[in-house]
Design a binder for this molecule. Structure first.
Ligand code: ATP
Ligand code: MG
Length: 553
């Protein structure tokens, strides 16, 4: 099947037809290291790396580290780990801070051309003079400072003579522009903060707009792809490049696509940070978080995330994608790749009264019917078995296909059993069910009895051989379908689902005691689970997603 091209691919195809060389194509992914990456970023990552694969072009991983107030090394490390885990390899690792010297020198060039000036008003006054979209702004009284004075002041800003807020450097564009961003934007501010990479070297830092396009230009990026909120910045991006681009150099081009929004969650680092700081979640990698690290701990395979953003599509208009699509992608992938195991979360003891002896025998069970190469594993079966409490009913109607008195069910990969009698504890709760089994009905034994059809098949574990494990199950972090609409933090907190996480102990088949952190399984009849820890004494499993969509009304 031929895949149709998305609009960015069409833009690139058109550029190629107009003379851009395929060998020159170059993309970048430019995260600001002020938080962990989330599912929205997966889309931006996928768009860039996917185009790069298609055209055999490089991708630069560029940390947009121009704001030392919020950026930290731990975020840089997490971002690299996440992009790698998604399956992508960048060609170059760069930092906007690598270009501080060049950006500073270009600012001096702009001053010399009479296109930038030092403004000595307070930030409030500058904001007051900005005007409104329908009312022109007012020129700063410092707008016509002579070049020499601007050069001297900027130099003193740079060497730390001034305090934060005393002076800023502004581009001299047009205070009446219909684009507010063109009204003499600030391009440098004094900031006496240590930077994670340049440490104490700089007392002035460039603003986003002065750094981004120029970084693209330095790296010779051909297509600088970003989300729609940057569309109004494009005019400024181009204005700056007009002043700098030299002949025979590639001039980068900014194009915008719609952000990915996901229902029942938020895709904003700032708001996710708030959830972490408030303790609503245990950290950035809490399995309920829409961060890449949270989704990884939850058991989402990287291929499911890539497939999800591909299906969500590259659009020019914002929309909200249903969380169920992400879950669907996980299920599709995990069904093919995860081995089946049996785990009983709410055990009810069965005793098979006609089972000879107290020793377990071994039965074989297929690891994954979707994958013929997955093989079989050994399961101990014996006189005492656990099944789920909810798989037995004392009285049941004819439509109940699980265990009830006098009826037969199959224990998966083992025998057909029949319930005969119930034992109660002194509170009158069912304590144990006495059953008999048909010794000739062993699965796969080829006997007539093994082929007998019974309506229900139950999962089970051997009481003696099973191991105790802990199971974490999750529901959506927000009950509200679009928590991004919260007007403030208080409202956002109210939208949090108070029951988004619960834990229980379970009895697991013994093969699971060999599982390692990150291993993924299908717990039969229950869903998909991933090993969360490295502690053999009590293994912890996180539920990724159920076997089917329980949210569909
Ligand atoms: P946030 O608002 O969550 O802090 P951001 O845009 O500030 O996100 P950056 O680190 O600056 O985060 O983003 C890096 C790249 O990822 C940018 O090109 C940005 O456009 C893109 N991106 C961010 N959020 C999304 C999203 N929800 N969908 C698609 N792309 C996104
Ligand atoms: Mg940003």
């Amino acid at each position: 099947m031929k895949e149709s091209k998305h609009f960015i691919e069409n833009i690139i195809e058109e550029d190629l037809s107009l003379g851009v060389q395929k060998k020159d194509l170059k993309f970048r992914f430019p995260p600001e290291p002020n938080g962990f990456l989330h599912i929205g970023h997966v889309k931006a990552i996928w768009i860039n790396f996917n185009l790069a694969q298609k055209y055999s072009s490089p991708v630069v991983l560029r940390f947009d580290d121009t704001n030392p107030e919020k950026e930290e090394q731990k975020y840089i490390d997490a971002i690299k780990e996440d992009v790698k885990w998604l399956g992508y390899t960048w060609k170059e690792e760069r930092y906007a801070s690598d270009y501080f010297t060049q950006l500073h020198s270009w600012a001096n060039t702009l001053i010399k051309q009479g296109l930038a000036y030092v403004d000595s008003q307070t930030s409030d006054t500058i904001a007051d003079q900005k005007g409104t979209p329908i009312k022109a702004g007012k020129n700063s009284p410092y707008r016509n400072r002579p070049v020499e004075e601007n050069t001297a002041l900027f130099s003193k800003m740079t060497n730390g003579t001034y305090n934060e807020g005393e002076h800023v450097l502004r581009a001299k564009i047009d205070m009446a522009s219909s684009n507010m961003l063109m009204r003499d934007p600030v391009i440098y501010r004094v900031l006496k903060k240590s930077h994670p990479r340049t440490k104490e070297k700089w007392k002035v830092y460039p603003m986003y707009d002065w750094a981004h396009g120029q970084s693209d230009y330095i790296e010779q990026i051909t297509h600088s792809l970003c989300t729609l909120e940057f569309k109004p910045h494009r005019e400024l991006y181009d204005w700056f490049l007009d002043k700098l681009v030299e002949p025979n150099k590639i001039r980068p081009k900014q194009r915008e696509f719609a952000r990915l929004n996901l229902s029942h969650t938020i895709t904003s680092k700032r708001k996710l940070m708030f959830l972490v700081e408030k303790g609503v979640v245990s950290g950035w990698d809490d399995p309920r978080m829409p961060t890449i690290s949270g989704l990884r701990r939850r058991g989402y395979p990287p291929s499911a995330l890539r497939e999800f953003v591909r299906l969500a599509g590259v659009a020019k208009r914002e929309n909200i994608i249903e969380a169920s699509l992400l879950e669907f992608c996980a299920r599709e992938e995990l069904n093919k790749t995860s081995n089946r195991v049996m785990v009983v979360t709410n055990p009810l003891k069965l005793t098979i009264t006609n089972y000879p002896g107290d020793d377990d025998e071994i039965v074989l069970s297929e690891n994954n019917p979707e994958n013929p190469n997955a093989g079989e594993r050994e399961l101990p079966f014996g006189k005492e078995i656990y099944i789920e409490k909810e798989d037995f009913k004392l009285e049941a109607n004819r439509k109940y296909f699980r265990l009830t008195i006098g009826k037969e069910v199959r224990l998966k990969s083992a025998y057909i059993i029949k319930a005969n009698e119930v034992m109660f504890d002194n509170q009158n709760n069912i304590k144990e069910v006495l059953c008999t089994y048909d010794p000739k009905s062993k699965s796969g034994s080829g006997t007539e009895a093994s082929q007998r059809k019974v309506k229900g098949t139950l999962h089970w574990v051997s009481k003696k051989a099973s191991v105790k494990v802990k199971v974490n199950e999750y529901d959506r972090l927000f009950e509200h379908p679009s928590p991004a609409t919260a007007q403030n933090e208080e409202e956002l907190l109210k939208m949090v689902n108070p029951e988004s996480s619960k834990s229980c102990f379970a009895q697991a088949e013994p093969s699971l005691s060999k599982a390692k952190k990150g291993d993924k399984f299908q717990f039969q009849r229950k869903g998909y689970f991933i090993v969360d820890n490295d502690t053999p004494s009590l293994m912890v499993f996180n539920k990724t997603v159920g076997l089917r969509d329980n949210w569909k009304k």
